[in-house]
Design a protein around this ligand. Sequence first.
Ligand code: CP3
Length: 351
Amino acid sequence: MTTAEARPTSPADSDLVRAARGLPVERTPVWFMRQAGRSLPEYRALRAGTAMLEACQDPDLVTEITLQPVRRHGVDAAILFSDIVLPLVVAGVDIEIKPGVGPVVADPVRTVADVDALPGLEPDRLDFLATAVRRLVAELGPTPLIGFAGAPFTLATYLIEGGPSKEHARTKAFMYAEPEAWQRLLDRLAVSAATFLRVQVDNGASAVQLFDSWAGVLSAADYAERVLPHSRAVFDGLGDRDVPRVHFGVGTGELLALIGDAGADVVGVDWRVPLDEAARRVGPQRSLQGNLDPAVLLADRETVDREVRRVVEQGRAARGHVFNLGHGVLPDTDPGVLTHVVELVHELSAR
Ligand SMILES: Cc1c2[nH]c(c1CCC(=O)O)Cc1[nH]c(c(CCC(=O)O)c1C)Cc1[nH]c(c(CCC(=O)O)c1C)Cc1[nH]c(c(C)c1CCC(=O)O)C2
C-alpha cells in the first residue's frame, strides 16, 4: 500500500483482515453486529412471510440479506445472515426463533440423559451453507465475508433455560451440580460450532467471529475453568486455516484478557469499557473490535458524532481497531445514521 487511493484488491488484503492482524490500514474498517436485520426496510420486505430459521437455510435469501447492508452502508465487511442456534436446528433440535423474544427450545436440556440425547451435527447437512457462502464470496469481490458461530456457553444457556433469560440461573445450577455432564454438553457444542465454522471458511469466509454473548454473567474463575477450554476447542477446530478470529461477549469487562487467551486475534468489547482501557486489559498481542453503545444511534447527530470520535480516538490505543457497536443494531435504528457512521469513521481515520 503506497498511495492513499490504493483500495484492497482481495478480502485477504482488506482493511478488516489487516486491522485484525495488527497491520497498517488505509482507514479503520467498520461493520455492525446485526447490520442485516430489522433496521432495514429492504430486510423486512424480503423476510415477510418466512420464518427466521427457514430464511437462514435458503441460500437465495441468505445471499441477498447478507448483501443488503454492504450495498446500503458501504461497510467494510459482510456478516453471514444466519443465527447461533442454526447448527442445533440443522442437527434436529426443536427450536423456534420467536420475533421480539429470541430462540425458544421445545424440550430444554435439564438432565444428564438430555445431554446424552442431543443429536450431533452432520457436515453433509450444511450444503445450503456452503452454497450461500460460495455465492456471497463471488458477489462480494474484495469485501470480506465474516463467518460466525455461537460459543458453547451461550448456546448452552438457550438449551438449558429453554429460551432467553437474564440470570441464567438454571444454566449455572447445572454447571455446578453436574460438572461432568456440563463438560460433555459444552464439548458437543464446541464440535458442532467448529463444524459450522469450517464449512464457512472452507467455502471462502475471510474471518470468523465466535459469539459468547452471555459469558459476562460468569466470574472469571468459573469462566476460566468451565467455559474457556471449550471456546478454545472451537478455535482449535479451525486447525491451520489462516483467517482472523474474533471473540465477543457482552458485559465481559472482567473477562477481556481471558476472552483473548481463548485463541482470538481480535477481542470484541461492549460499550462498558473504553477501548484504551480494554487495550490495557487485553495486551498488545491482539486487536480490538467495538464499541459504540448501540443506543447512541438513537440520539441526536451531535451526540452520535461525539461518541464516534471518542471510540475512534480510544481505539488508537489498540494494536488494531475494527469499529463496531458494543452489541447488535437496535431494530428502531435509522439506517441513515448507520451509513453516516461508516462515512464518519472512514473520514476520521483516513491516512
Ligand atoms: C444471542 C444471539 C442470537 N443470535 C445471534 C446471537 C449473538 C449475537 C448477539 O449477542 O446478539 C447471532 C446473530 N443473529 C443474526 C446474525 C446475523 C448477522 C448480523 O447481521 O449480525 C447474527 C450474527 C441474525 C438474527 N437473529 C435474529 C434476528 C431477528 C429475527 C427477525 O428479523 O425476525 C436476526 C436478524 C433472532 C435472534 N436470535 C437470537 C436473538 C437474541 C434474536 C433476537 C430476537 C428478537 O429480538 O426478535 C440469538
